[in-house]
Write a protein that binds this ligand. Structure first.
Ligand code: SF4
Ligand code: SF4
Length: 352
């Protein structure tokens, strides 16, 4: 069964945006990925924002976006008709000095909010996070020793984060609380145990996935196979209606390795990535690259940039096959949206 949370088919609920694309118009984005700061109180061994070893363009370190610019961008998002706001790295969003004001304002503007966090500040903010759409905590471990090794922090941090998750869950708000787990040498042996541990903690789901940059490495693919087998068994043994196990280790690795980029990228028209350097990029895959840059919002609002002739021209000339990395995370979504955009697809009545 396809999970709601990670379905690649969500676009079917946005026929207005599809109609605009069919008419050759550039729609307002449905979602905004917004970076608040690149400060972080952890230093994960897989952090793609901090090390070029992971094959991505790195973010400038220790930069915090001024609160006024963030609030202006939220107002732009509201005015344009953005529906969802995702707060995530290259740093820990909850470390922004005005994190609570940002969350409160986004709520006032009617934006649905999702947060990817390392969990270190959950205890402080669980009150304002329990009624957002979702919180995903990057844990990657089911015990303090492995967590400390992977996140380069003290072993005591694991217990603090677990207490924060428990506090958030205990509030019984509508927020879907999930745990993220990237398969690594340091945690592959405890993938199965992760299902048991986090179900007991009361979270709604756990998602296992693979590192994007390493999928061509045969030894990493072997780790993925081991992790996949454990996650599959964990899903069989621990999944319930209230605790879902998403095992995307092999599917993600296969998709990144094998699927081709489409000639047209609708994802960049429906989503946007506002980075700590106050540039807007087409997506998180090409953030901080020259090819992915839409423009700056340092001297203008997000809405002014999004509606500008320069952005319209850039998008109309964009060619994923020439300009984007083959490791694009959104190939599957683009393939489905492009199928939806076809005016006369073949054999639509042969549904079985
Ligand atoms: S918590 Fe996130 S931003 Fe911080 S080091 Fe880890 S992966 Fe990077
Ligand atoms: S990397 Fe993928 S999602 Fe990003 S602009 Fe290119 S094709 Fe689109």
């Amino acid at each position: 069964m396809i999970s709601d949370e990670y379905s690649p088919y969500k676009i079917v609920h946005h026929q207005d945006r599809l109609d605009m694309l069919r008419q050759g118009r550039q729609p307002p984005p449905l979602q905004m990925h917004l970076e608040l700061t690149s400060h972080c109180n952890q230093n994960c061994i897989y952090c793609c924002f901090r090390s070029q070893a992971h094959g991505f363009h790195t973010a400038p370190l220790n930069v915090t976006v001024p609160t006024a610019k963030i609030l202006e961008t939220l107002a732009s998002a509201r005015d344009l008709g953005v529906k969802a706001l995702q707060l995530a790295g290259p740093g820990e969003p909850t470390l922004h000095q005005d994190f609570r004001t940002i969350i409160t304002t986004a709520k006032e503007y009617g934006l649905e909010i999702g947060l990817i966090t390392n969990g270190s500040m959950l205890r402080r903010h669980s009150d304002i996070l329990s009624d957002i759409a979702w919180v995903r905590v990057s844990m990657d471990a089911a015990n303090a020793a492995a967590h400390a090794k992977i996140h380069s922090c003290g072993e005591h941090v694991f217990g603090e984060i677990v207490a924060g998750i428990q506090e958030l869950v205990a509030r019984k708000g509508p927020a879907i609380v999930g745990v993220a787990w990237l398969v690594l040498q340091e945690n592959v042996d405890s993938v199965y145990e992760g299902c048991r541990f986090y179900r007991q903690l009361g979270v709604n789901n756990i998602r296992y996935s693979s590192l994007v940059a390493d999928v061509d490495d045969p030894s990493y693919r072997e780790l993925c196979r081991q992790g996949h087998a454990q996650a599959k068994q964990g899903k069989t043994d621990f999944e319930t209606e209230d605790f879902l196990v998403f095992n995307s280790i092999e599917t993600r690795a296969n998709m990144i390795q094998e699927a081709l980029l489409d000639e047209f990228c609708p994802f960049k028209e429906l989503s946007c990535h506002v980075a700590v350097d106050q540039n807007v990029y087409m997506c998180c895959t090409n953030a901080y690259s020259a090819a992915g840059k839409v423009g700056t919002i340092q001297d203008k609002t997000f809405a002014q940039l999004w509606n500008s002739p320069e952005k319209q021209r850039l998008f109309s000339r964009h060619s994923p096959r020439r300009m984007c990395p083959s490791s694009c995370w959104f190939k599957e979504k683009n393939a489905f949206i492009n199928y939806c955009l076809k005016s006369n697809p073949q054999h639509v009545n042969f549904i079985g």
